[in-house]
Write a protein that binds this ligand. Structure first.
Ligand code: JFE
Length: 399
């Protein structure tokens, strides 16, 4: 990946030579080029700012040095190639892990670090219209910095660590905070019992020493829910908890078969539409077929006011006990988008026996909504066709 940064304080970007990013640079995974905006001025004082039209406090960055600097950067690539231009600003779109992932796919990024009250608006138009750049104004968060440099340090670090080869352990990337909408669980290391200098002894939560992987997964999930509720209640609205606090997840009974049949037909109609066929098991199974499925799978249901509104099932793979198969994740169409599906998926994962190495599931190749949900939950699409025609398999390592 090529990274160009334009700033009046090029030394501000020096920390990028340290640690992970510096190593990636030395290994050629990253080509980071820092440019001094003042090199693109022509007056004796190398001036880059002037007073704002219309009045107001402070100074505004002049268009000319920016235009020349960005033209220089844009012309430095292969024939026809153009960088995506990222401009940090408190009024930009939020910089999120999702945006970091999107930017990590780009071959070439350019960053324009403003100062003062910002950059003359015509520079954005020039970069888009005359240089052909896709321009994105991006905010690190709702607070005001003095310039774009600190934001670029943060964004470059967040993007670079997603590049193949920059972090040794690719798996550690999948299973992180924010990847499935909940905060991370607390972590501990040796000693199991630690005495602070004040003489207070603190033990690691005993469940973590139990060797019971199912119990550990359930405890960690609970910790994540509690932390998210305490620190980021805004995330809960779309994530797992609220829904499962109010609605109990219970084991399906044989008497649920008829309602499950109705629910799966309601839930898979969209699949029939997307794939232009009704020849999909959940759509054509009889009540007896569904009842038979209850014998071969562990199935859980959620009821709201007596109505069966959601379900999921799971079992150990018949030929590979280390793989926990999850399927038939469904939420009544009128209740979708409330995090119920994610909560059920987390529940199914937490029920996997110790010795489970990976969770497996399968969905329609064209089921964009499902694929997005599973991706957010840490699942990755496996190459090639899935277990059934028109489907893909997805895997997630157990942590
Ligand atoms: C610049 C400044 C006056 C901004 C209302 C360039 N997340 C985030 N916070 N702050 C920035 C980004 C940021 C980025 C670039 C910047 C702030 N400033 C300062 C001064 C009004 C401003 O916007 C100049």
């Amino acid at each position: 990946m090529i990274l160009d940064v334009v700033s009046i304080f090029p030394e501000y970007l020096a920390p990028l030579d340290l640690s992970l990013i510096g190593k990636a640079r030395r290994e050629g995974l990253l080509d980071l080029r820092v440019h001094d905006l003042r090199d693109f001025t022509h007056d004796r004082h190398h001036s880059v700012d002037d007073s704002p039209y219309g009045g107001g406090a402070g100074m505004v960055m002049k268009p000319q040095p920016w235009a020349e600097a960005l033209a220089h950067v844009a012309a430095s690539g292969a024939h026809g190639a153009r960088p995506r231009l990222i401009v940090p600003g408190p009024g930009g779109m939020p910089f999120t892990q999702a945006l970091a992932r999107e930017l990590a796919e780009e071959p070439w990024l350019a960053f324009a670090c403003g100062r003062y009250e910002g950059i003359d608006e015509r520079v954005y138009e020039y970069a888009a219209d005359e240089l052909g750049l896709e321009v994105s104004v991006v905010s690190l968060g709702d607070y005001v910095l003095n310039g774009g440099e600190v934001a670029v340090l943060a964004m470059v670090e967040a993007v670079a660590r997603l590049l193949p080869g920059v972090i040794g352990n690719a798996e550690s990337l999948v299973e992180e905070s924010h990847e499935d909408g909940l905060l991370e669980y607390p972590v501990y290391t040796k000693p199991a019992s630690w005495e602070s200098s004040a003489g207070v002894t603190r033990a690691v939560p005993p469940v973590l020493l139990s060797g019971d992987h199912g119990a550990i997964a359930a405890w960690r999930h609970q910790q994540r829910l509690e932390r998210t509720a305490a620190r980021r209640p805004d995330l809960l609205h779309s994530a797992a908890a609220l829904t499962t606090q109010d609605l109990a997840i219970t084991a399906a009974q044989p008497s649920d078969a008829a309602e499950l049949t109705t629910l799966q037909r309601a839930c898979w109609v969209s699949e029939a539409k997307a794939n232009d066929t009704h020849d999909i098991p959940p759509l054509v199974e009889s009540v007896d077929d569904v009842a038979h499925g209850l014998l071969e799978w562990q199935t859980w249901v959620v009821r709201e006011g007596g109505r069966l509104v959601a379900s999921v099932r799971a079992r150990s793979h018949p030929d590979d006990p280390a793989t926990w198969q999850i399927g038939r994740l469904m939420v009544a169409p009128d209740l979708q988008g409330r995090g119920l599906g994610r909560a059920l998926l987390a529940h199914a994962e937490a029920q996997a026996p110790s010795g489970t190495a990976a969770y497996w599931l399968n969905t329609g190749t064209r089921s964009d909504r499902n694929l997005r949900t599973y991706r957010k939950a840490g699942y990755r699409v496996q190459p090639g066709e899935g277990a059934f025609p028109g489907t893909v398999d997805l895997l997630k390592r157990r942590r």
